[in-house]
Write a protein that binds this ligand. Sequence first.
Ligand code: COA
Length: 255
Amino acid sequence: MSNDILTHVEAGVMTITLNRLDRKNSITSAMYGAMADALATAASDPGIRVAVLQGHETVFSAGNDIGDFLNKPPAGMDSPVFRFLTGIANFPKPLLAAVCGPAVGVGTTMLFHCDLVYAGDNAAFSMPFVNLGLCPEAGSSLLVPQMLGYHRAAEALLLGEPFMAEAALEVGLVNRVVPPTEANGVAQAAAKKLAAKPISALVETKRLMKKGQQQLVLQQMAEEGKSFSRMLGEPAAKEAFGAFMEKRKPDFSKV
Ligand code: COA
């Protein structure tokens, strides 16, 4: 059993830790599967009232593991990555995140499904899908323009430019910026506070806040998923991923 995803339950809080530091917490399909299973347990187990996603104080996640994506491209809504994405979009209880260092691709897009996000002042958010010959995922083509406004979303999604913790705070993607060594602890303290509240009231309040566009988010996610899977096999993504593996600059002049 791999230790790339660690789960820990204490006092009604399930903490899911990305623990693959040598690969910058990039996420394989096995890791998506483990996180999807953990979220399903957290959603259904009455003893768990809150879930927290966290990485390391130096890196949250480098996004999809590129080699794994090439070898095992996601196929359909049953694939581990889609199970994880629908798991976070449908998670009925409070979902928190503590983010430090790089949060690339899904490392950023998953945060749009979290209720509270705490960032280390070293957090760097980026969604470089276009630079990889891909399109956004996790409902981000809907949620990013909604939160950032269209032009800032275009900077993030078309130019693929990173933005730092203070900018994320300004647009409302994160609740608080703290020193990296404190981010996980601050998220745990908030989770503990939430776990002491009546779960029925938390669940109903979250449901009401989200219900206006829940279906829309899931539809967008499904459409993005189809495009993303198709684009993974196309020349632009092949060039981008090949360049990453060969540690060279991609050449998109022919795609
Ligand atoms: N998939 C697979 N391996 C990855 C990875 C990913 N997404 N991100 C990093 N790694 C690997 C690197 O290839 C490197 O392997 P090596 O030691 O065999 O050379 C190792 O993890 C360390 O990464 P490195 O790039 O040296 O770390 P860094 O601190 O200089 O930079 C990042 C960290 C996250 C900024 C950088 O690794 C990065 O941009 N990664 C790719 C992100 C990406 O495009 N993700 C896909 C989104 S869909």
